[in-house]
Design a protein around this ligand. Sequence first.
Ligand code: ATP
Ligand code: MG
Length: 272
Amino acid sequence: MSISNNTATIFCIANQKGGVGKTTTAINLAAALAAMRKRVLLIDLDPQGNATMGSGVDKNTVEKNLYQVLIGDTSITEARVPSESGGYDVLPANRELSGAEIDLIQMEEREKQLKQAIAHVVDEYDFILIDCPPTLSLLTLNGLASAHGVIIPMQCEYFALEGLSDLVNTIKRVYNNINPELQLIGLLRVMFDGRVTLQQQVSAQIESHFGSRVFETVIPRNVRLAEAPSHGMPGIVYDKNSRGAKAYIDFGNELIKRVKKEALRQQARPRL
Ligand code: ATP
Ligand code: MG
């Protein structure tokens, strides 16, 4: 893991469970980092195109999208568009991307197409965030193969831990076979409601299971975060004083600190 002035640090926001807050996290983290004057690219790796729409970019009218990048028809430089509301760039996606799986299967190094495309723009950004679909598909593999770290958003509910081992095993497999830089940066508790005893219990269970891999910041359930996408804005721009917005800004700060600490730890480690 490196934070460098010259090349981007790349994070995947992943969890194969649907509706757990991946896209909300990706959009608001992108906007929080942009508000800290970081240069950010948000890659929408989901055919649903929610990260695109939530950034105020119309997925149906964009000239080019991630699908054409993955099949080698265009570059990220050609396909990216600015999010006016968020202050970052977006590599948009729409339902065309669901066809990519079939095209990719026939390609050599099919899990490395995104990584190869990103290589051309890494020196233009401080951070690249990848919003993964709710699957452990070839698309998600392309995301994991490109990233330095994975952020896993999760809800503190009864079934939250179920399926997590599949994701952790996939991360390990990608680490061992495709991407030796990949690390599990942390688990982020989202949509948290501290009044619910079960949520407190599951939150404590996650802490005891994953220890320091759990981010200290907890994102509360907050209606402003849910309203923001329909206005084509990140929550932290739509209502910067809301509890949800403040939590995502805290999360941005915590993430940067954590990555810096990790980089120092690695520098101190004797080289073999
Ligand atoms: P998918 O798996 O379909 O890609 P996802 O994991 O990306 O879903 P989101 O789209 O971010 O999940 O969130 C699911 C729903 O929950 C959305 O309607 C979103 O607005 C809402 N939501 C996310 N985070 C919060 C929050 N902290 N408070 C309230 N609502 C939230
Ligand atoms: Mg999503």
